[in-house]
Design a protein around this ligand. Structure first.
Ligand code: HMG
Ligand code: MG
Length: 300
């Protein structure tokens, strides 16, 4: 087996991707308690909320309150999505120090998700990224539907490289190549991410997997074999995009941490504490979670 990374950075997206698709409104205090538990578990990168249109994602309409209520946690970077200048201005006002802009490699998904073409989204993001950097924030970029799109099917790897490169050229420091509908297989990861890596250094790439077909951990292994060392995951395996119907939750952070622990790859995350975070949100959502680790420890 090729040498794998010795340590992995986990970007915890549970409070954002995990909760954005939940129908019942989750109180701000619950979101902050969940985030507090994730910090206690040792997560150092937490996507806390989204400064998007509250009409598009009502669940995250309290983004300002969440961002302002974040715990003082030295060494932890909190971030939030921002799709336009209005989102950036709200992010700056909230005090958050990192934003993420998000587009896709499929025109149809981009239109449904942010009501823009890919070209329009990049034109909107360029001044947003410049203004964010000038204000001292850092910026991540997402490329959704990098492998398969619900509306367009298989996605060309050339398109993923092109959109990723454009995001990096405008100043994002990391591109999250994303399997929005959780349909990719390890072969897709080798093909598409392997192609992207011919032009973009691996330390600029993160992988964001949903787990609709149960392939997310296998896809992580493919990513590790390509030398990628940053992975997104969501506590409990919550998640999904309101604009990608049928897609299920993100790769569960517990399942990722278990596998990496077992492989001797450091994450800095304590599995038992992480399960406590998931249990907290499960009890407030009043349902069981998809995470294998959580289910093992919480037998019905
Ligand atoms: P639009 O309707 O084309 O935009 O939406 P607009 O500029 O015409 O604005 C419409 C209304 O929204 C206006 O209010 C604006 O002021 C307001 P009104 O005049 O009607 O009262 N508005 C805002 N309010 C607060 N914050 C803002 C903001 N922007 C406009 N930032 C827009 C375009 C992009 C705003 C909208 O489509 C939107 O917010 N979309 C976000 C969708 C979303 O959050 N999707 C989920 C996140 S992406 C994801 O999950 C994938 C990911 O996980 C990776 C993966 O898995 O692939 C990241
Ligand atoms: Mg996602």
């Amino acid at each position: 087996m090729a040498a794998l990374p010795e340590k992995v950075t986990i970007i915890e997206v549970g409070p954002r991707d995990g909760l954005q698709n939940e129908k019942e409104s989750v109180p701000t205090a619950t979101k902050l308690a969940f985030i507090g538990k994730l910090v206690e578990a040792g997560l150092k990168h937490i996507e806390a909320t989204s400064f998007v249109s509250p009409k598009a994602v009502p669940q995250l309409a309290d983004a300002m309150e969440v961002a302002r209520g974040l715990p003082a946690a030295p060494g932890v970077t909190f971030s939030a999505l921002a799709p336009n200048e209005k989102g950036l201005d709200r992010a700056i006002e909230s005090g958050i120090r990192r934003i993420a802009v998000f587009t896709a490699a499929s025109e149809s998904f981009t239109k449904k998700n942010i009501n823009m073409t890919i070209a329009e989204s990049l034109a909107v993001f360029a001044p947003v990224v410049s203004k964010a950097l000038a204000a001292g924030l850092s910026v991540r970029g997402y490329v959704s539907t990098s492998f398969v799109c619900l509306y367009e099917g298989d996605i060309a790897k050339e398109k993923v490289l092109d959109v990723s490169q454009r995001l990096l050229d405008m100043g994002v420091d990391e591109v999250a190549i994303s399997d929005t509908i959780g349909a990719a297989s390890p072969k897709d990861v080798f093909d598409t991410v392997g192609f992207v890596l011919q032009r973009i250094p691996r330390d600029k790439i993160a992988l964001h997997f949903h787990d609709t077909y149960g392939t997310a951990l296998a896809n992580v292994l493919a990513g590790l074999q390509l030398g990628i060392a940053t992975f997104d995951a969501s506590a409990g395996g919550l998640g999904g995009c309101p604009y990608a119907p049928g897609a299920s939750g993100n790769l569960a952070t517990e399942d990722l941490v278990y596998m990496l622990d077992r492989m001797g790859i450091a994450t800095g995350v304590q599995l038992d504490k992480l399960v406590e975070a998931s249990t907290l949100i499960a009890s407030r959502l009043n349902r069981r979670l998809p995470s294998r680790q959580w289910q093992r420890l919480n037998r019905a």
